[in-house]
Design a protein around this ligand. Structure first.
Ligand code: ADP
Length: 512
C-alpha cells in the first residue's frame, strides 16, 4: 500500500547535518555589537554637539558682558584721550579691568590705535599677536555700527574669539572702535577631553557589549542544542521518546511542544503502517493456509474424481477471496494516492440509487429482508461508478447484518445545495466502542461475522465509502444502537469542487 511502500516517513539512519552553532552565535554577537556601537557613537556624537553648542553660547554671552563692562569703564576725554575709570584701590575692580585689558584694542574712527594720557597704546600684547584690525575693517564696523564676532589665532596658535563694536564719546558723539577677546582654548580643551573620554570608553563599552552578547547568545542557544540532541535520539524504532519540556512556557517550549506533536503524528502513522502490514499478512495468510490445507488433504486422502473436484472448488473459492483482497487493496491504494481520478458527470442521483436498489432486490428477498426506498429528484455533479459502489457497499453490509423479517430503507434528500443519502437498517447494530473504528481498513466488529447472514467480509467496504464521500467533498455519519439497527448518512455537495485526489490522512479523518 501507498503508506507502506512510499517510505515517506523515513527518519532513522539519516545522518544529522553538522551544526555550525558558532556561526549563529557569532552572527548574533556581531549584530549586537554593531547595534550597540552605532548607538554609543550616535549618543556620544549627540552629546558632544550639545556640549560644543553650550560652551559656544556661554563664551559669546560672557564676551558680550565683558565688552559692555569695558564700555562702562572707558571715557574719552575732551582731548580725545581714553581713560579707564575705576577705583584703583578696590582690588576686585582692578582685577576686572586688568582682565578686560588682557585682550583688547581701542582705536579711533580711522583705525589708529589710541594712546592714553600717559602715552601708552590702548592695545594689549595678546591682541597685537592676534593681528591689529585694518583701518578698512574698523571703518566697516563703524559704518555698520553693528558689533561683529571673529575667531583669530595668536602667534602661538591659540584661538581667540573677538567681539568688536562701536562706542561714542559723550560730548562730541564721535565713534570709536573697541574690541575685546577671550581665549577659546578652555572650550577646546573641554571638548577634546570629552572626545577622548568617548574614544577611550566607547570601545571598552563595545567590547563589554560583545562579551555579554557572546555570553547571552550562548545561553540562548544552549537549549536549542539540547532540543536538537534530544531530537537526534528519536528514531524510527523509538518514536515514543519525547523532548522534555523546560517548563518556561516560552518560544522554545512552544517549539518543543510542536515538535513532540509532530513526532506523535509520525508515531501514529508508523503504527498505522505496522498495523496495516500485520492486517494484510493476516488476511492473506488465512486463505493461503486454507488452500494449502485443502490441497494437502486432497493429495493424501482424495481417491475419487469427485473428491478432487470438491477440493479444487474449495481452493478456487479461497483463491477468489485472495484476488478480491488484492483487488480491493489495489483500488484503495490507487484512491488514496490520488491515481484514481473521479469521472464526474451531472447525475440523476434518484435514478442511480433506484438502479442499485433494484439490483439488490433479489438477494434481499432471498434473505427475507424488506428493501424500500424513498428517493426525491436530485441531480449532483458526481462519479456514477463510485456513488453506486458506495451505496452497494452500504446495502451489502445492511443485508449482511439484518436478520430475516427486518427492513432496510434507502433514502435521498436534496436541500440547500447538499444531497443526503441515507441507508438505514433494523439489523444487529454496532456497539458504541467499535463505531470509531469501522472505517479503518480490515476492521470488523469481533463476532459480527456470525450475524444473521454470515459471510466473511474483507473489512474494506467502509474504507471505500469514507474515501468516496471525502473525494466528493462530503461527509459520512453513522448512528447505531446494538439490537435495533444502524443508520449511515452521507452528505454530498451537489456541485463539489474538491479535487478527486485526496490524501490518506483525508480518508483517515472521516469517522463515525
Ligand atoms: P466488511 O467487508 O466486513 O463488511 P466493512 O468495512 O464494510 O467491512 O465494515 C466493517 C465492519 O463494520 C463490519 O465488519 C461490521 O462489523 C460493521 N458494520 C458495517 N455495516 C454494518 C451494519 N449495517 N450493521 C452492523 N454492523 C455493520
Amino acid at each position: 500500500m501507498s503508506l507502506l511502500s512510499s517510505g515517506r516517513f523515513k527518519i532513522a539512519g539519516t545522518p544529522a547535518p553538522r551544526l555550525n552553532t558558532r556561526a549563529v552565535r557569532f552572527r548574533l554577537t556581531a549584530f549586537y555589537a554593531l547595534i550597540s556601537s552605532l548607538m554609543l557613537i550616535g549618543v556620544g556624537g549627540f552629546y558632544r554637539q550639545r556640549l560644543a553648542a553650550n560652551l559656544d553660547t556661554q563664551i559669546h554671552d560672557g564676551l558680550e558682558q565683558e565688552w559692555a563692562a569695558a564700555h562702562g569703564y572707558l571715557r574719552i576725554e575732551d582731548d580725545q584721550k581714553p581713560i579707564w575709570y575705576y577705583d584703583r584701590k578696590d582690588p576686585g575692580e582692578s582685577y576686572i579691568v586688568e582682565r578686560l585689558k588682557h585682550v583688547y584694542m581701542l582705536a579711533d574712527a580711522h583705525g589708529n590705535v589710541m594712546r592714553s594720557a600717559d602715552g601708552g597704546l590702548e592695545i594689549s600684547e595678546t591682541y597685537q599677536s592676534l593681528g591689529v584690525d585694518s583701518p578698512a575693517e574698523v571703518d566697516a564696523i563703524i559704518q555698520s555700527s553693528q558689533p561683529q564676532w571673529k575667531v583669530r589665532k595668536s602667534a602661538q596658535g591659540v584661538p581667540y574669539l573677538v567681539y568688536r563694536g562701536v562706542i561714542y564719546d559723550e560730548k562730541h558723539n564721535l565713534p570709536y572702535f573697541l574690541a575685546i577677546g577671550r581665549s577659546l582654548s578652555d572650550n577646546q580643551r573641554i571638548l577634546g577631553q570629552f572626545t577622548w573620554t568617548n574614544v577611550a570608553v566607547i570601545p571598552l563599552l563595545i567590547l563589554g557589549g560583545c562579551l555579554s552578547g557572546w555570553f547571552l547568545a550562548g545561553r540562548a542557544l544552549t537549549p536549542v542544542l539540547e532540543v536538537a540532541q534530544a531530537a537526534q535520539r528519536i528514531s524510527g524504532s523509538n518514536l515514543s521518546l519525547r523532548i522534555p519540556s523546560r517548563g518556561a512556557r516560552d518560544e522554545l517550549d512552544y517549539l518543543i511542544e510542536t515538535f513532540n506533536q509532530m513526532i506523535e503524528r509520525l508515531e501514529n502513522s508508523f503504527n498505522q503502517v505496522r498495523q496495516f502490514s500485520t492486517d494484510v499478512s493476516h488476511e492473506l495468510r488465512t486463505p493461503i493456509t486454507a488452500i494449502r490445507g485443502q490441497l494437502e488433504v486432497a493429495l493424501f486422502t482424495a481417491r475419487t474424481t469427485e473428491q478432487y473436484r470438491e477440493a479444487m472448488l474449495n481452493c478456487l473459492e479461497d483463491v477468489e477471496r485472495l484476488s478480491q483482497i488484492v483487488r480491493a487493496l489495489l483500488l484503495l491504494s490507487q484512491a488514496e494516492s490520488g491515481q484514481l481520478a473521479l469521472q464526474k458527470t451531472h447525475l440523476d442521483l434518484a435514478a442511480a440509487l433506484a438502479d442499485v436498489v433494484d439490483q439488490f432486490q433479489i438477494p434481499f428477498e432471498a434473505a427475507k429482508v424488506r428493501l424500500v426506498s424513498d428517493l426525491v429528484e436530485c441531480t449532483a455533479f458526481v462519479d456514477r461508478v463510485q456513488i453506486e459502489r458506495m451505496v452497494s457497499n452500504l446495502l451489502s453490509n445492511a443485508l449482511k447484518f439484518t436478520p430475516p423479517g427486518g427492513e432496510v430503507r434507502v433514502g435521498l434528500k436534496c436541500d440547500s445545495g447538499i444531497a443526503e443519502i441515507l441507508v438505514e437498517d433494523t439489523g444487529v447494530g454496532i456497539p458504541t466502542d467499535h463505531l470509531p473504528h469501522i472505517f479503518d481498513r480490515f476492521y470488523r466488529v469481533p463476532g459480527a461475522d456470525a450475524g444473521p447472514n454470515p459471510e466473511r467480509g474483507l473489512g474494506l467496504g467502509l474504507s471505500f465509502v469514507a474515501w468516496i464521500a471525502k473525494a466528493h467533498g462530503g461527509t459520512v455519519r453513522v448512528e447505531s444502537e446494538p439490537g435495533k439497527g444502524t443508520r449511515f448518512s452521507i452528505t454530498l455537495p451537489l456541485e463539489s469542487a474538491v479535487p478527486a485526489a485526496i490524501t490518506p490522512a483525508g480518508v483517515a479523518s472521516v469517522s463515525g
